[in-house]
Design a protein around this ligand. Sequence first.
Ligand code: KG4
Ligand code: ZN
Length: 350
Amino acid sequence: MILAFESSCDDLGIALLSEEGVVLQNLLARQIEKHIPYGGIIPEVASREHLINLPTLFKAVVDSKKLSTIDTIAATRAPGLVGSLLVGFCFAKALAFGANKRFIAVDHLEGHIFSPFLKPYPEKPDHIPDKFVALVVSGGHTALFTINNLSIKLISTTRDDAFGEVFDKIGKKIGLAYPQGPKVDYLANLGQEKIRFTIPYMEGELDFSFSGLKSAAIRAIDKTKFIPEQRVENPQEGKFPQEILDILASFRAAAVEQILSRLERLKRSTGINYLAVSGGAAANALLRKRLTEWAVSNGIELNLVNLEYAADNAAIIGFAALLKLKGKEKSSDISAEVSSISEYVKKWKR
Ligand code: KG4
Ligand code: ZN
């Protein structure tokens, strides 16, 4: 079995997978309520909470009997908040060293990229095609990758804000509590796409940019003179004027259209046969709908991550570690260190 740790941001995850990739356990210690008063994640609070939650979560997954059946320990190495990463990574590394297990350091993006192939217990993962395109959309990332025989290449990323991040910021502006993404998505369903926000066009570029859309949406909200009275936890209970709901619907449509425009360009330039979509924001209702329509009309096989594995969790890290081990007698990454930047982004920038 493989034991995996994920602690790159505010959620702490520990998972246990069989060597075939069946998810036997996938626990998460959330700490959203600690960050709600600030409207976003406070790194120092996040790492301190991980320290508090880790022993209890670990005991819930592993006892001494189980430890003897585990031969590999994996943990997220990068990218993320360094303080948060250190908690899960150092614990996992120390455990591997002390219990004499193989240690595998995993890039968080590898976890998301392969997550659409992961199935809920007791199913085995889906077959992974030799070649596919991966789209990762979360609060920290908006990126496209090509994958060839499990080898990952970053082809484009956002030049500024990430897709989920702009949903969070627009939601914060109208008084919604963190995480605002799913709440904005819900409220956008109640509005009409009356405004046409521009989709940034960069000649021949597959890069994303969401900060212009964010500023335009904030300006549109300011024009309505709407001022949130209190922080809204449940969007169904908030009182929002119709013009705000219309702005949200228009904003969501423009954000989703930008994703589709990049995919369309990639399809035309190099072709796409198979698209795997992952990340917390892959839960977005309009994004899922538009991607499904687009894939059907273009004869592209679409694999949307199961919602259970969309947001950060340790099962996706364990699965990526298993894939790294596939077919090779991988030595231990015991000397690896954490980093705030993904290895794929570093290689890409060089
Ligand atoms: O993958 P994830 O758990 O963490 C990161 O690696 O960022 O993604 C969380 C992000 C948050 O920004 C959250 O607001 C966003 O995904 N998100 C959504 C939706 N559900 C989650 N954004 C837009 N629409 C949604 N339905
Ligand atoms: Zn993530």
